[in-house]
Design a protein around this ligand. Structure first.
Ligand code: BDP
Length: 605
């Protein structure tokens, strides 16, 4: 059980939230001896850096961009005197990949895992009506005992270097917003909601956890602010007459107001938006509100120029506008849970999210997309350290589901990306992760994981855990690319026929397919890397998708070009974007728009 609340910071009659975003003092710890020099009491130098942002792309020195180790941040924060008697928290949206927080030199929190929020309870440490020094030691090294997996090596220069087992740059630092919050001593800690549709009406069952014993009341307000239902108690059912459903690309949000009351006095009030919708997998269909949907959209990244993986509110807005323009209805948060603001936007815009935990790189290879295509047998879950990895993974699943369970946009959990699945040792590992997700999710959403190329129907030992089978397939790119694309199609159909023969009676979706394409390259006739080839690749893939009625979605890799580690396989990043990194369309964007706008929502339903 988590010892801090995952609720998004919001103000109310009883709560205060002050943004700590802005410039923070910053320094790198080249000798990993900051603590012995008492940096926890204040860091040296006068460099400042924006938060939220990845630190890497601001500087002109390659040693800094590639730095692996501890990064130190510092900010003086003012705690008002009126907050005495409240619970004071410093809340980090994320610190990649692990952090220790000190306030006034005293250790206040420690957190492992770089893509989910945590709080430092500083109630007993802070001085009121005064400035307090917050120092954060963030570490960005990769290991096989935490997700995402990779190695950290020492070079002949004695500098450390991260070697990810995954295909995105190891951006790190304080990449999401930081808040200073004040909560009442007795506060709302967690909320569960479950929707049920009954004809025109709906029932929203809820469960509220608080930090005390006073009674709870719950109100549901419609979009105009009218009260449409209410209920007393920590558990209850809100009966909504003529419910306005949250639908795909046609969202409707209610406001759920939870109060802790003491004889008429409000001890705490927390309000959050919820959507009334159901999600279910039935046979080969994915049903939202009982109606079949065909997913069209993207695998994405949080990635942009200058700020790297730092949450960028402008890029978020642009991305949603582009997704609407192109006729998408969904995306996967590959390969880590995204900033909370992105889910809030998806809730408002009616996008469907497959929410992915950062379990990527569970396949021992620096280029798994290459090695996996060869079909060679591999092993990953047989290491001495696997039990430690599993604990970190389970913890991330718990944090993700607790954080995201009330978003109507979240329709499925992706519990791993491209793991090794061909050895027996993978099976018990998967079982624990999938069971835990089921247990934690009050809405019992479908669970899935993205299958790498070598997880074929004859070799994969883990697909049975998935409620939706999600394939990452690169026929025509890593397998038989270019003029050989007709061979790719034969092999692709052969694999799909083998899946069909298993008669799993489950929906299949493509969570990845794509071809690297330089926005500068045109060639007639096509060659690989040209925009013309990206179009041929798309055409072949679409024809295969359209030939199998159990295929219920396509999420192309990737929404936009993104930064990776440098290497012979990548031209300053992965170029499979439908849009450039600057969010301008490649030619293929117009073809996708044409296709996606013509596909009915319940295509093959
Ligand atoms: C898969 C990965 C993804 C890569 C992609 C690719 O899931 O992270 O970026 O393929 O090769 O291996 O482009």
């Amino acid at each position: 059980m988590l010892n801090y609340s995952m609720l998004y910071p919001r103000e109310s009659v009883s709560r205060r939230a002050v943004s700590l975003d802005g410039m923070w003092k910053f320094c790198l710890d080249w000798n990993s001896d900051g603590e012995s020099k008492s940096w926890q009491e204040g860091i040296p130098g006068d460099d400042m850096i924006p938060v939220p942002a990845s630190f890497q792309d601001f500087y002109t020195d390659k040693d800094i961009r590639e730095y692996a180790g501890d990064l130190w941040y510092e900010k003086d924060i003012f705690v008002p005197g009126e907050w005495k008697g409240k619970q004071i928290l410093v809340r980090f949206g994320a610190a990649t990949h692990r952090a220790v927080v000190y306030v006034n030199g005293i250790k206040a929190a420690e957190h492992e895992g770089g893509f989910l929020p945590f709080c430092a309870d500083v109630t007993d440490i802070v001085r009121y009506n005064a400035y307090n020094k917050v120092v954060v030691k963030v570490n960005n090294e990769l290991t096989v005992t935490n997700i995402p997996c990779g190695q950290t090596v020492t070079l002949p220069t004695e500098k450390k270097m991260c070697k990810p087992y995954f295909d995105f740059f190891n951006y790190s630092g304080l990449q999401r917003s930081v808040w200073l919050t004040a909560l009442p001593k007795e506060s709302v800690f967690d909320i569960d909601t479950v929707n049920e549709l009954c004809g025109q009406d709906a029932k929203v069952s809820y469960k509220v956890r608080t930090t005390g014993e006073h009674p709870v009341t719950v109100e549901l307000l419609d979009a105009e602010g009218n009260r449409v239902a209410s209920c007393d108690g920590k558990e209850g059912v809100l009966e909504v007459k003529d419910a306005h459903l949250w639908k795909v690309r046609s969202a409707y949000l209610y406001r759920m107001v939870v109060r802790i009351v003491d004889e008429g006095e409000i001890l705490d009030e927390y309000a959050q938006e919820i959507g009334i919708r159901t999600v279910e997998v039935k046979g080969t269909s994915i049903l939202i509100n009982g109606e079949p949907v065909y997913l069209r959209g993207f695998g994405k990244h949080e990635d942009s120029d200058i700020v790297g993986r730092g949450f960028n509110i402008g890029v978020m807005k642009r991305d949603f506008e582009l997704m609407k323009w192109i006729g998408a209805n969904s995306f996967r948060t590959s390969h880590y849970p995204y900033s909370e603001e992105i889910y809030q936007m998806a809730d408002r815009e009616g996008f469907l999210i497959i929410d992915e935990v950062p379990a990527v790189g569970l396949f021992e290879s620096l280029m798994n997309f290459m090695d996996a295509s060869t079909g060679k047998q591999t092993a990953f879950f047989e290491k001495e350290t696997t039990p430690i990895l599993l604990q970190a993974h389970l913890r991330a699943v718990e944090e993700m589901i607790t954080r995201d369970k009330n978003h109507p946009s979240v329709i499925a959990w992706s519990l791993l990306n491209e793991p090794e699945t061909t050895s027996d040792a993978a099976v018990p590992y998967f079982k624990e992760v999938f069971d835990r997700a089921r247990e934690l999710d009050p809405q019992k959403r479908p669970r899935t994981f993205a299958l790498v190329m070598n997880s074929t129907p004859d070799k994969c030992k883990c697909y049975q855990f998935s409620d939706i089978i999600a394939l990452n397939r690169y026929y025509g790119w890593y397998v038989s690319g270019g003029y050989d694309i007709s061979t790719a199609e034969v092999l692709f159909r052969k694999e799909m026929d083998a899946w069909k023969a298993l008669d799993l009676n489950k929906p299949f979706i493509f969570t990845e397919y794509g071809a690297d394409t330089l926005s500068s390259e045109h060639k007639l006739p096509s060659v690989m890397w040209s925009q013309e080839y990206q179009a041929e690749y798309l055409k072949m893939n679409n024809e295969v998708f359209d030939s199998y009625d159990f295929i219920k979605g396509e999420q192309i890799w990737n929404f936009a070009d993104f930064q990776t580690t440098e290497g012979i396989m990548r031209v300053n990043g992965n170029k499979k974007g439908v849009f450039t990194r600057q969010r301008q369309p490649k030619d293929i964007a117009y073809k996708l728009k044409e296709r996606w706008e013509s596909l009915p929502l319940g295509y093959k339903g």
